[in-house]
Design a protein around this ligand. Sequence first.
Ligand code: NAD
Ligand code: ZN
Ligand code: ZN
Length: 345
Amino acid sequence: MKMKAVRFIQTGKPAEVVDLPKPTPGPGQVLLKIAGAGVCHSDLHILDEPLGLSGPFTLGHENAGHVAALGQGVEGWKEGDAVAVYGPWGCGRCHTCQTSAENYCENHALLGTMGGGLGSDGGMAEYMLVPSARQLVPLGKLDPVTAAPLSDAALTPYHAIKTALPMLTPDASVLVIGIGGLGHMAVQLLKALTPATLIAGDIDDSKLAHARHLGVAHTFNTRDGDAALEGIKQLVGPRGVTVVLDFVGAQATVDLGAQVVGRNSRLSVVGLGGGVVHHAANRPPYGCQVTVPYWGSRTELMEVIALAEAGRIQVDVQSHPLEQAVQVYQWLREGKVRGRAVLTP
Ligand code: NAD
Ligand code: ZN
Ligand code: ZN
Protein backbone atom coordinates (compact mmCIF):
# COMPACT_ATOMS: atom_id res chain seq x y z
CA MET A 1 0.00 0.00 0.00
CA LYS A 2 1.17 3.53 -0.82
CA MET A 3 0.89 6.62 1.38
CA LYS A 4 1.53 10.34 0.93
CA ALA A 5 4.50 11.89 2.73
CA VAL A 6 6.13 15.35 2.91
CA ARG A 7 9.86 14.94 2.28
CA PHE A 8 12.94 16.99 3.00
CA ILE A 9 15.19 16.46 -0.04
CA GLN A 10 18.18 18.74 0.53
CA THR A 11 19.03 22.19 1.86
CA GLY A 12 17.69 24.96 -0.33
CA LYS A 13 15.07 22.80 -2.04
CA PRO A 14 11.37 23.04 -1.17
CA ALA A 15 9.71 20.11 0.57
CA GLU A 16 8.09 17.57 -1.77
CA VAL A 17 4.87 15.62 -1.35
CA VAL A 18 5.50 12.09 -2.67
CA ASP A 19 4.09 8.55 -2.56
CA LEU A 20 5.94 6.08 -0.32
CA PRO A 21 5.26 2.49 0.69
CA LYS A 22 3.35 2.15 3.97
CA PRO A 23 5.94 0.98 6.54
CA THR A 24 5.71 -2.26 8.52
CA PRO A 25 6.80 -2.28 12.19
CA GLY A 26 9.84 -4.42 12.98
CA PRO A 27 10.60 -5.90 16.40
CA GLY A 28 10.05 -3.34 19.18
CA GLN A 29 8.63 -0.75 16.78
CA VAL A 30 5.14 0.74 16.63
CA LEU A 31 3.27 1.87 13.53
CA LEU A 32 1.21 5.00 14.10
CA LYS A 33 -1.66 6.28 11.97
CA ILE A 34 -0.93 10.00 12.06
CA ALA A 35 -3.81 12.30 13.00
CA GLY A 36 -1.82 15.54 13.11
CA ALA A 37 1.74 16.74 12.44
CA GLY A 38 2.62 20.24 13.62
CA VAL A 39 4.47 22.64 11.31
CA CYS A 40 7.40 23.99 13.33
CA HIS A 41 9.61 26.91 12.36
CA SER A 42 12.58 24.57 12.86
CA ASP A 43 11.51 22.85 9.63
CA LEU A 44 12.21 26.13 7.84
CA HIS A 45 15.72 26.17 9.35
CA ILE A 46 16.15 22.59 8.05
CA LEU A 47 14.82 23.42 4.59
CA ASP A 48 16.66 26.72 4.21
CA GLU A 49 19.96 26.41 6.10
CA PRO A 50 22.70 23.74 6.18
CA LEU A 51 22.14 22.11 9.58
CA GLY A 52 24.02 18.90 8.84
CA LEU A 53 20.91 16.76 8.34
CA SER A 54 21.04 14.63 5.22
CA GLY A 55 17.91 13.88 3.23
CA PRO A 56 15.74 12.57 1.98
CA PHE A 57 13.51 11.94 4.98
CA THR A 58 9.89 12.61 5.88
CA LEU A 59 9.44 15.88 7.81
CA GLY A 60 7.28 16.39 10.90
CA HIS A 61 8.71 16.16 14.45
CA GLU A 62 5.53 17.18 16.32
CA ASN A 63 3.24 14.20 15.95
CA ALA A 64 0.19 12.49 17.38
CA GLY A 65 -2.13 9.77 16.18
CA HIS A 66 -3.44 6.29 16.89
CA VAL A 67 -1.56 3.02 17.27
CA ALA A 68 -2.06 1.09 14.00
CA ALA A 69 0.16 -1.97 14.49
CA LEU A 70 2.63 -3.31 17.04
CA GLY A 71 5.97 -4.86 16.16
CA GLN A 72 7.08 -8.14 17.66
CA GLY A 73 7.58 -7.95 21.42
CA VAL A 74 5.72 -4.68 22.00
CA GLU A 75 3.36 -4.93 24.92
CA GLY A 76 1.15 -2.55 26.90
CA TRP A 77 -0.34 -0.82 23.87
CA LYS A 78 -3.23 -1.74 21.61
CA GLU A 79 -4.50 -0.74 18.21
CA GLY A 80 -6.46 2.55 18.36
CA ASP A 81 -4.70 4.01 21.43
CA ALA A 82 -4.37 7.81 21.05
CA VAL A 83 -0.76 8.87 21.62
CA ALA A 84 1.69 11.72 21.19
CA VAL A 85 5.16 10.87 19.94
CA TYR A 86 8.00 12.01 22.19
CA GLY A 87 10.19 13.59 19.52
CA PRO A 88 13.85 13.81 20.63
CA TRP A 89 14.98 10.23 20.19
CA GLY A 90 18.11 9.44 22.19
CA CYS A 91 20.11 6.26 22.76
CA GLY A 92 17.84 5.23 25.63
CA ARG A 93 20.80 4.04 27.73
CA CYS A 94 22.88 7.05 28.83
CA HIS A 95 22.39 8.96 32.08
CA THR A 96 20.13 11.68 30.68
CA CYS A 97 18.08 9.24 28.57
CA GLN A 98 17.52 7.18 31.73
CA THR A 99 15.99 10.27 33.34
CA SER A 100 13.69 10.54 30.25
CA ALA A 101 15.55 13.65 29.05
CA GLU A 102 16.48 12.18 25.67
CA ASN A 103 16.62 15.78 24.41
CA TYR A 104 20.05 15.89 26.09
CA CYS A 105 21.21 12.38 25.09
CA GLU A 106 24.97 12.03 25.56
CA ASN A 107 25.31 9.80 22.51
CA HIS A 108 23.38 12.12 20.29
CA ALA A 109 26.27 12.64 17.84
CA LEU A 110 26.62 8.88 17.25
CA LEU A 111 22.95 8.29 16.42
CA GLY A 112 22.93 10.00 13.01
CA THR A 113 19.43 11.36 13.65
CA MET A 114 17.81 13.75 16.11
CA GLY A 115 14.41 12.05 15.83
CA GLY A 116 11.52 11.49 13.46
CA GLY A 117 11.39 14.42 11.03
CA LEU A 118 14.92 15.41 12.08
CA GLY A 119 17.03 12.88 10.19
CA SER A 120 14.65 9.90 10.39
CA ASP A 121 11.21 9.66 8.80
CA GLY A 122 8.74 11.83 10.73
CA GLY A 123 5.00 12.30 10.94
CA MET A 124 4.04 14.32 7.85
CA ALA A 125 2.65 11.15 6.32
CA GLU A 126 -0.33 8.87 6.70
CA TYR A 127 1.73 6.45 8.81
CA MET A 128 4.89 6.80 10.89
CA LEU A 129 7.22 4.20 12.35
CA VAL A 130 8.15 4.91 15.96
CA PRO A 131 11.40 3.04 16.72
CA SER A 132 10.51 2.16 20.30
CA ALA A 133 7.28 2.03 22.28
CA ARG A 134 9.03 4.09 24.99
CA GLN A 135 8.56 7.16 22.75
CA LEU A 136 4.74 6.98 23.02
CA VAL A 137 2.90 9.10 25.56
CA PRO A 138 -0.84 8.50 26.11
CA LEU A 139 -3.14 11.38 25.17
CA GLY A 140 -6.14 10.35 27.23
CA LYS A 141 -9.24 12.10 25.95
CA LEU A 142 -7.35 14.78 23.97
CA ASP A 143 -7.92 15.06 20.22
CA PRO A 144 -4.62 14.03 18.56
CA VAL A 145 -4.98 16.75 15.88
CA THR A 146 -4.96 19.64 18.35
CA ALA A 147 -2.69 17.76 20.77
CA ALA A 148 0.16 17.13 18.30
CA PRO A 149 1.82 20.54 18.97
CA LEU A 150 1.93 19.78 22.69
CA SER A 151 4.93 17.55 21.89
CA ASP A 152 7.09 20.52 20.81
CA ALA A 153 5.33 23.91 20.65
CA ALA A 154 4.25 23.40 24.29
CA LEU A 155 6.92 21.00 25.58
CA THR A 156 9.85 23.24 24.57
CA PRO A 157 8.61 26.39 26.38
CA TYR A 158 7.43 24.21 29.29
CA HIS A 159 10.97 22.92 29.81
CA ALA A 160 12.44 26.43 29.54
CA ILE A 161 9.88 27.80 32.03
CA LYS A 162 10.06 24.91 34.48
CA THR A 163 13.78 25.36 35.06
CA ALA A 164 13.16 29.10 35.70
CA LEU A 165 10.19 28.65 38.08
CA PRO A 166 12.06 29.53 41.30
CA MET A 167 12.81 32.96 39.78
CA LEU A 168 9.23 33.63 38.69
CA THR A 169 7.91 35.03 41.97
CA PRO A 170 4.90 37.41 42.24
CA ASP A 171 7.19 40.46 42.02
CA ALA A 172 9.10 39.11 39.00
CA SER A 173 8.55 39.80 35.32
CA VAL A 174 9.00 37.66 32.24
CA LEU A 175 9.40 38.86 28.66
CA VAL A 176 8.33 36.45 25.92
CA ILE A 177 9.78 37.39 22.51
CA GLY A 178 8.06 35.85 19.46
CA ILE A 179 4.37 35.02 19.91
CA GLY A 180 4.17 32.26 17.31
CA GLY A 181 3.78 28.51 17.75
CA LEU A 182 6.03 28.26 20.80
CA GLY A 183 5.40 31.76 22.15
CA HIS A 184 1.61 31.51 22.25
CA MET A 185 1.98 28.35 24.33
CA ALA A 186 4.65 29.96 26.53
CA VAL A 187 2.34 32.76 27.64
CA GLN A 188 -0.40 30.25 28.52
CA LEU A 189 2.08 28.08 30.42
CA LEU A 190 3.36 31.12 32.31
CA LYS A 191 -0.19 32.11 33.25
CA ALA A 192 -0.93 28.58 34.42
CA LEU A 193 2.29 28.12 36.39
CA THR A 194 3.51 31.49 37.66
CA PRO A 195 2.28 34.75 39.23
CA ALA A 196 4.95 36.82 37.41
CA THR A 197 4.06 39.88 35.30
CA LEU A 198 3.88 38.90 31.62
CA ILE A 199 5.30 41.02 28.82
CA ALA A 200 5.18 40.05 25.15
CA GLY A 201 7.31 41.28 22.26
CA ASP A 202 6.94 40.62 18.54
CA ILE A 203 7.45 42.51 15.27
CA ASP A 204 3.92 41.71 14.12
CA ASP A 205 0.94 43.55 15.65
CA SER A 206 -1.41 40.63 14.96
CA LYS A 207 0.83 38.34 17.06
CA LEU A 208 0.74 40.95 19.85
CA ALA A 209 -3.05 41.04 19.58
CA HIS A 210 -2.96 37.26 19.99
CA ALA A 211 -0.88 37.69 23.16
CA ARG A 212 -3.41 40.20 24.55
CA HIS A 213 -6.23 37.78 23.66
CA LEU A 214 -4.37 35.19 25.77
CA GLY A 215 -4.26 37.61 28.71
CA VAL A 216 -0.91 39.39 28.37
CA ALA A 217 -1.40 42.96 29.56
CA HIS A 218 1.90 44.45 28.35
CA THR A 219 2.84 44.09 24.67
CA PHE A 220 5.57 45.82 22.68
CA ASN A 221 6.21 45.89 18.96
CA THR A 222 9.97 45.36 18.92
CA ARG A 223 10.22 46.78 15.40
CA ASP A 224 9.98 50.10 17.24
CA GLY A 225 13.55 49.47 18.47
CA ASP A 226 14.39 52.08 21.09
CA ALA A 227 10.74 52.80 21.86
CA ALA A 228 10.12 49.15 22.79
CA LEU A 229 13.37 49.01 24.77
CA GLU A 230 12.50 52.14 26.76
CA GLY A 231 8.90 51.00 27.25
CA ILE A 232 9.97 47.68 28.72
CA LYS A 233 12.62 49.33 30.92
CA GLN A 234 10.09 51.81 32.26
CA LEU A 235 7.59 49.04 32.98
CA VAL A 236 9.97 46.87 35.00
CA GLY A 237 11.96 49.64 36.67
CA PRO A 238 15.50 49.29 38.02
CA ARG A 239 15.07 45.61 38.82
CA GLY A 240 14.94 44.80 35.12
CA VAL A 241 13.20 41.81 33.53
CA THR A 242 13.68 38.65 35.60
CA VAL A 243 13.41 36.09 32.80
CA VAL A 244 13.60 36.62 29.05
CA LEU A 245 12.34 33.76 26.89
CA ASP A 246 13.54 34.43 23.35
CA PHE A 247 11.61 32.36 20.80
CA VAL A 248 13.36 34.04 17.88
CA GLY A 249 17.02 33.87 18.86
CA ALA A 250 18.22 36.35 16.25
CA GLN A 251 20.80 39.08 16.91
CA ALA A 252 18.10 41.75 17.40
CA THR A 253 16.18 39.72 19.99
CA VAL A 254 19.25 38.50 21.88
CA ASP A 255 20.45 42.13 22.07
CA LEU A 256 17.04 43.29 23.29
CA GLY A 257 16.94 40.54 25.93
CA ALA A 258 20.45 41.33 27.16
CA GLN A 259 19.53 45.02 27.48
CA VAL A 260 16.33 44.54 29.48
CA VAL A 261 17.26 41.71 31.88
CA GLY A 262 18.16 42.75 35.39
CA ARG A 263 20.83 41.45 37.74
CA ASN A 264 20.42 37.89 38.96
CA SER A 265 18.23 37.14 35.98
CA ARG A 266 17.98 34.69 33.13
CA LEU A 267 18.19 35.04 29.37
CA SER A 268 16.88 31.86 27.76
CA VAL A 269 17.47 31.64 24.02
CA VAL A 270 15.14 29.04 22.51
CA GLY A 271 14.83 30.30 18.92
CA LEU A 272 17.44 29.17 16.43
CA GLY A 273 17.82 32.41 14.49
CA GLY A 274 21.51 32.67 15.39
CA GLY A 275 23.25 35.54 17.13
CA VAL A 276 25.93 36.53 19.60
CA VAL A 277 25.58 37.44 23.27
CA HIS A 278 28.10 40.28 23.66
CA HIS A 279 29.80 40.14 27.02
CA ALA A 280 31.41 42.94 29.00
CA ALA A 281 31.48 44.10 32.64
CA ASN A 282 27.88 43.99 33.98
CA ARG A 283 26.60 43.34 30.44
CA PRO A 284 24.49 41.20 30.46
CA PRO A 285 24.03 42.32 34.09
CA TYR A 286 25.93 40.42 36.80
CA GLY A 287 24.20 37.25 37.91
CA CYS A 288 22.41 36.76 34.59
CA GLN A 289 22.26 33.13 33.46
CA VAL A 290 22.29 32.60 29.72
CA THR A 291 20.67 29.28 28.78
CA VAL A 292 20.03 27.47 25.51
CA PRO A 293 17.31 24.96 26.35
CA TYR A 294 16.45 22.28 23.83
CA TRP A 295 13.01 20.61 23.66
CA GLY A 296 12.04 18.75 26.89
CA SER A 297 11.95 15.39 28.65
CA ARG A 298 9.34 12.68 28.24
CA THR A 299 8.06 13.17 31.77
CA GLU A 300 7.71 16.89 31.05
CA LEU A 301 5.59 15.95 28.01
CA MET A 302 3.33 14.01 30.39
CA GLU A 303 3.04 17.14 32.54
CA VAL A 304 2.18 19.27 29.50
CA ILE A 305 -0.50 16.78 28.45
CA ALA A 306 -1.94 16.90 31.98
CA LEU A 307 -2.18 20.71 31.72
CA ALA A 308 -4.00 20.39 28.39
CA GLU A 309 -6.34 17.71 29.74
CA ALA A 310 -7.21 20.02 32.63
CA GLY A 311 -8.04 22.79 30.13
CA ARG A 312 -5.26 25.06 31.46
CA ILE A 313 -3.54 25.39 28.06
CA GLN A 314 -4.89 25.09 24.54
CA VAL A 315 -3.08 25.09 21.22
CA ASP A 316 -4.54 27.55 18.73
CA VAL A 317 -4.53 25.18 15.74
CA GLN A 318 -5.08 25.84 12.05
CA SER A 319 -5.38 22.46 10.32
CA HIS A 320 -4.56 21.86 6.67
CA PRO A 321 -4.45 18.77 4.45
CA LEU A 322 -1.04 17.14 4.04
CA GLU A 323 -1.00 17.99 0.33
CA GLN A 324 -0.86 21.72 1.27
CA ALA A 325 2.46 21.34 3.12
CA VAL A 326 4.55 23.48 0.74
CA GLN A 327 2.00 26.31 0.90
CA VAL A 328 1.79 26.09 4.70
CA TYR A 329 5.59 26.33 4.98
CA GLN A 330 5.43 29.45 2.85
CA TRP A 331 2.74 30.98 5.09
CA LEU A 332 4.90 30.22 8.13
CA ARG A 333 7.93 31.82 6.43
CA GLU A 334 5.85 34.95 5.77
CA GLY A 335 4.62 35.09 9.38
CA LYS A 336 1.01 34.38 8.35
CA VAL A 337 0.33 31.49 10.74
CA ARG A 338 -1.48 32.32 13.99
CA GLY A 339 -0.72 29.79 16.73
CA ARG A 340 0.28 26.49 15.14
CA ALA A 341 -0.47 24.98 11.72
CA VAL A 342 -1.08 21.23 11.82
CA LEU A 343 -1.12 18.95 8.77
CA THR A 344 -3.79 16.28 8.80
CA PRO A 345 -3.19 13.33 6.47
P1 NAD B 1 6.83 30.83 14.51
O1 NAD B 1 7.21 31.19 13.14
O2 NAD B 1 5.54 30.15 14.77
O3 NAD B 1 6.88 32.12 15.45
C1 NAD B 1 7.92 33.06 15.42
C2 NAD B 1 7.38 34.39 15.96
O4 NAD B 1 8.47 35.28 16.10
C3 NAD B 1 6.38 35.07 15.04
O5 NAD B 1 5.28 35.52 15.78
C4 NAD B 1 7.18 36.22 14.43
O6 NAD B 1 6.35 37.34 14.11
C5 NAD B 1 8.12 36.54 15.56
N1 NAD B 1 9.37 37.18 15.14
C6 NAD B 1 10.12 36.91 14.04
N2 NAD B 1 11.22 37.69 14.00
C7 NAD B 1 11.15 38.48 15.10
C8 NAD B 1 12.00 39.51 15.64
N3 NAD B 1 13.14 39.87 15.02
N4 NAD B 1 11.63 40.09 16.79
C9 NAD B 1 10.50 39.73 17.44
N5 NAD B 1 9.66 38.77 16.98
C10 NAD B 1 9.98 38.16 15.82
O7 NAD B 1 8.05 29.94 15.07
P2 NAD B 1 8.04 28.77 16.18
O8 NAD B 1 7.66 27.48 15.54
O9 NAD B 1 7.35 29.24 17.39
O10 NAD B 1 9.62 28.64 16.47
C11 NAD B 1 10.32 29.71 17.06
C12 NAD B 1 11.81 29.44 17.07
O11 NAD B 1 12.11 28.41 18.02
C13 NAD B 1 12.39 28.94 15.74
O12 NAD B 1 13.69 29.47 15.57
C14 NAD B 1 12.46 27.44 15.96
O13 NAD B 1 13.41 26.83 15.10
C15 NAD B 1 12.89 27.40 17.40
N6 NAD B 1 12.64 26.15 18.11
C16 NAD B 1 13.58 25.80 19.04
C17 NAD B 1 13.39 24.68 19.80
C18 NAD B 1 14.39 24.31 20.85
O14 NAD B 1 14.24 23.26 21.45
N7 NAD B 1 15.39 25.13 21.14
C19 NAD B 1 12.26 23.88 19.62
C20 NAD B 1 11.31 24.27 18.66
C21 NAD B 1 11.52 25.44 17.92
ZN1 ZN C 1 10.10 22.00 16.44
ZN1 ZN D 1 21.18 8.76 25.49
